[in-house]
Design a protein around this ligand. Structure first.
Ligand SMILES: Nc1ncnc2c1ncn2[C@@H]1O[C@H](COP(=O)(O)OP(=O)(O)OP(=O)(O)O)[C@@H](O)[C@H]1O
Ligand SMILES: [Mg+2]
Length: 436
């Protein structure tokens, strides 16, 4: 059985990019191609290897390279059952891609501003299997409060909000902190687009923004819509109900970081671990899954927020500094107390640049060095559609009603992986009449 994963035009998403983002999957994946030069072919990949390639009547490495000859055409990616006898692979995907001649200049197509539609629920097959893994439990107990102790230092004059009891999370609570040791790696972008895809699957989702810098409402050009945000609730006891913003997706709400005015900065510098945990807990009662966008880095405010999360999803930018600092991801988690340490839901590689050796090497090192279960099969390439998305203030999927950019589909894949790792059941479909 073929399960469609994504499809699109090679003008927007070239073949190397398609292969790079689907090629690491542990499932048997095919890419069917209909090129503008009349060539029709299929490439199969699995676990970073090119398993086979056909182009019209040819097969093998030449067929693989022939499929790069046209810059235009359509692709269709599908997953299918792994056959009992796989052929001898043609070679590692990254090596074969490096032998492909670079493409000619691409035509950029202007993206029309779109009115964000209400999307119907659409069932997609889950693409991966993987368990939720905790970091190795060898934290040094004497070090667990290093980050927090610095934050606790505060002038006596700061008015502290009343103390609240930090409620324990139940076994079905799913609060996912989106984190990365390095700033600008794509946490907010992934939080927004992943939340949308989770809601499209039928799960109720609240995205909580906890970062006042480069916040989610700025990304969707709606800063003026917020009167109250998560920080007002934590530091000023503002009411949660009045802070939640509806989106065009009935199952997707956003809790912004702040309203029109920032809370007192001295107050914001105080650690309010229990109040953050209570807010996250209260929000989790209203949704199947809560995603929490956090500030850059693993310490400070991010650390406080993470202590209230049940899971974390790490974002690794496919770039050298990000890779070198990614060790902080596991280290920071180990420095948390056992009962406050979220589980690692997974790590997603973002901004992969298939034509750059340095970017590919981050991907290869991540495959080698991270615990195997951490890395999601879905990898997000660096793509200009993200620029359009921010420019238009819309999630990727809403950029174009008829033909969303292919990279938007990757978030559906990521959502499927997340749902599977969290054992989130797809809610039963409500019967709906078609005729009015
Ligand atoms: N895959 C991608 N391809 C191209 N641009 C991207 C991609 N992912 C994110 N970006 C862009 O990179 C910039 C930083 O992304 P984003 O704000 O999501 O990062 P962040 O980790 O939340 O940053 P911060 O640490 O400041 O909170 C944004 O302009 C965003 O549009
Ligand atoms: Mg951000």
């Amino acid at each position: 059985m073929k399960v469609g994963v994504m499809q699109g035009s090679l003008k927007e998403f070239d073949l190397a990019e398609v292969l790079q983002v689907v090629g690491i999957g542990r499932q048997y994946t095919g890419i069917e191609l209909r090129l503008s030069n009349g060539v029709v072919g299929t490439i199969f990949v699995k676990s970073g290897q090119v398993v086979s390639a056909t182009a019209n009547d040819t097969a093998g490495p030449n067929a693989f390279f022939n499929l790069f000859q046209a810059a235009d055409g359509r692709f269709f990616v599908f997953r299918t059952e792994t056959p009992p006898d796989l052929p001898e692979p043609l070679g590692p995907l990254h090596r074969m891609l490096m032998e492909v001649p670079p493409p000619g200049p691409r035509k950029s197509e202007p993206v029309q501003p779109a009115v964000a539609p209400l999307y119907a629920y659409e069932e997609r097959e889950l693409p991966t299997q993987a368990g939720v893994v905790s970091p190795p439990p060898n934290a040094s107990p004497s070090m667990h409060s290093i980050g927090a102790s610095a934050l606790k230092a505060q002038p006596a004059s700061v008015r502290q909000p009343p103390v609240v009891a930090a409620p324990p999370h139940g076994p079905d609570t799913r609060i996912i902190g989106i984190v990365s040791p390095k700033g600008g790696s794509g946490k907010s972008t992934i939080s927004l687009n992943l939340s949308l895809s989770m809601a499209r699957r039928g799960h109720s989702v609240v995205l909580i923004d906890t970062d006042v810098n480069g916040d989610i409402l700025s990304a969707i050009n709606a800063r003026s819509r917020a009167n109250i945000g998560s920080l007002d609730i934590v530091y000023n006891d503002a009411p949660l109900d009045q802070a939640l913003l509806d989106t065009v997706m009935p199952k997707f709400k956003i809790l912004p970081a702040v309203g029109s005015k920032l809370p007192d900065p001295e107050l914001m510098a105080t650690e309010q671990k229990d109040r953050w945990r209570k807010l996250l807990h209260d929000v989790s009662k209203r949704a199947d899954i809560v995603l929490v966008d956090t500030p850059a880095g693993m310490f400070g405010h991010t650390r406080t927020v993470c202590q209230g999360c049940t899971h974390v999803l790490g974002v690794l930018q496919a770039e050298v500094i990000a890779a070198r600092s990614f060790a902080r991801f596991a280290e920071a988690l180990q420095l948390l107390r056992d009962n406050e340490r979220p589980k690692v839901l997974g790590v997603v590689l973002n901004m992969l640049q298939t034509r750059h050796h340095a970017s590919l090497s981050v991907f290869q090192e991540a495959m080698q060095d991270l615990p195997q279960e951490w890395l999601f099969d879905t990898t997000i390439p660096r793509h200009p559609a993200f620029l359009d998305s921010t420019h238009q203030g819309l999630p990727l999927r809403h950029l174009d009603d008829d033909v969303p950019p292919p990279v938007a589909f990757l978030f559906d894949n990521l959502a499927a992986e997340v749902a599977q790792r969290l054992s989130l059941q797809i809610p039963a479909l409500r019967a709906r009449p078609f005729l009015l």
